[in-house]
Design a protein around this ligand. Structure first.
Ligand SMILES: [Zn+2]
Ligand SMILES: [Zn+2]
Length: 124
């Protein structure tokens, strides 16, 4: 997944998701997050409105953080990353997402491709 701002591989920092559809637009790398949102970072953790963090419009995009998790499988600890759109307060409207440098807000066509887990093997 590439960063929506600099278009380089974003790693597992944040993902930009269209709230209504759940379709991922792309990632947001640490460098661009710091550059564009650095001063907001800490406040956003406690921001639980369903509105854009910069204005009063409804959030159209969510930028949840990838969170490392682990589970036990056959005596081994398997680690993976996941995110939860419903619990993130980091939401942006169209205008403010484009203002951080995202030119193309057209979401990719939804696919059924599995998420890019680092490692994952589960039976469910
Ligand atoms: Zn970037
Ligand atoms: Zn806004």
């Amino acid at each position: 997944m590439d960063c929506v701002v600099c278009e380089k591989p974003s790693g597992y920092n944040r993902v930009v998701v269209e709230l209504e559809s759940g379709v991922e637009l792309g990632g947001l790398c640490v460098r661009c997050e710091t550059e564009k949102f650095g001063e907001l970072g800490d406040e956003l953790v406690d921001h639980d409105d369903q509105t854009c963090v910069f204005c009063d419009r409804d959030g159209f995009w969510a930028l949840p953080k990838w969170l490392p998790s682990t589970y036990e499988s056959e005596g081994r600890t398997v680690s993976y990353v996941d995110y939860d759109v419903s619990t993130t307060g980091f939401q942006l409207c169209d205008e403010h997402l484009s203002r951080v440098g995202v030119d193309d807000l057209s979401v990719p066509v939804a696919t059924d491709a599995p998420r890019e887990y680092i490692t994952r093997s589960t039976d469910d």
